[in-house]
Structures are given as structure tokens and as C-alpha cells.
Design a protein. Structure first.
Length: 151
């Protein structure tokens, strides 16, 4: 598939290349651990965007009732540091899509070297912040390639 500023869809999910800038690092040129959360968020947002479900359209109710996604839980393993001027790739894959949640696996790599892994639970919420069910079209569109959306 073609590549854009939003990265690229792959057979398994989504990939987004990110350059490490000075603002992402400490005095020694190593990425601050909190910056990885920013990179992971960009990966999730661009994954949605390229799948056709950008945040604005979801909030405007373009696919049914207005809705949003909110990270409910995240487990992160910091395995190796990224450094200034590195190009890292944020990989995002759906593991499970249910009626009111999505489980995602995310990885940040530098070439073939895994730097960070994250397991992310995302809740579907109304604009008021209340849990709600995801429209079927969104569930189907975000389901893992090797599975069907379930409850």
C-alpha cells in the first residue's frame, strides 16, 4: 500500500516511521521514557485514520452514534533505548475487537531491533465519557486480519 505522512497499512496492521529529535531526548541523547507514549499514540491515531476512522469523524457520528476511543490500560516493556536522530517504526496491530473495547499490540523498532513493546486496552466511550458499544462497521474495519470481530 502507498505510504503517507500517516504511515502505511500492512497485511498485519499499521507502521509509522518516526524520527527522534532533540526534544525527545535527555542530555545524553537517549529518548525519555514518556516520549514513547507519544509515539505509540501517533501510531494508534494514524492506524485509525488510514482505516477510515479518524477521531474527528468518530466524534461527529459519521459511523453511527458519536464516539471516541480512550486508553484504559497499557503494559509497556522498555527493552532498549532509542537515541537522537534514530528512525524508529511504530507498529500497531489489532489483537481483539469486541463490542466495547479493542486490544492492540504495539511495538517500536529500530530496523530489526525491538525497543519497546506495549499491550493496549482501548475503551469505546460516548462524548460524555460513558462506555458504549462500537458500531458494527467500525468493529469490522478494525478487526484483526485473521479473526472476525467478536463481543
Amino acid at each position: 500500500m502507498s505510504e503517507t505522512i500517516s504511515g502505511r497499512l500492512t497485511a498485519a496492521g499499521h507502521e509509522l516511521d518516526v524520527r527522534i529529535y532533540f526534544e525527545d531526548t535527555d542530555f545524553s541523547g537517549v529518548v525519555y521514557h514518556a516520549r514513547y507514549l507519544h509515539f505509540l499514540e501517533r501510531g494508534r491515531s494514524d492506524f485509525l485514520r488510514l482505516k477510515g476512522f479518524d477521531h474527528r469523524a468518530l466524534m461527529e457520528g459519521a459511523f453511527g452514534s458519536p464516539m471516541a476511543f480512550a486508553v484504559r490500560h497499557m503494559e509497556i516493556d522498555f527493552l532498549r533505548p532509542a537515541r537522537i536522530d534514530d528512525i524508529v517504526t511504530v507498529e500497531t496491530r489489532s489483537r481483539l475487537v469486541g463490542g466495547a473495547r479493542i486490544l492492540l499490540d504495539q511495538t517500536i523498532r529500530r530496523a530489526d531491533e525491538t525497543l519497546v513493546t506495549a499491550a493496549v486496552k482501548v475503551a469505546v466511550i460516548s462524548p460524555e465519557g460513558k462506555p458504549m458499544r462500537m458500531p458494527q462497521g467500525v468493529m469490522s474495519g478494525l478487526a484483526p486480519p485473521d479473526a472476525e470481530a467478536g463481543g
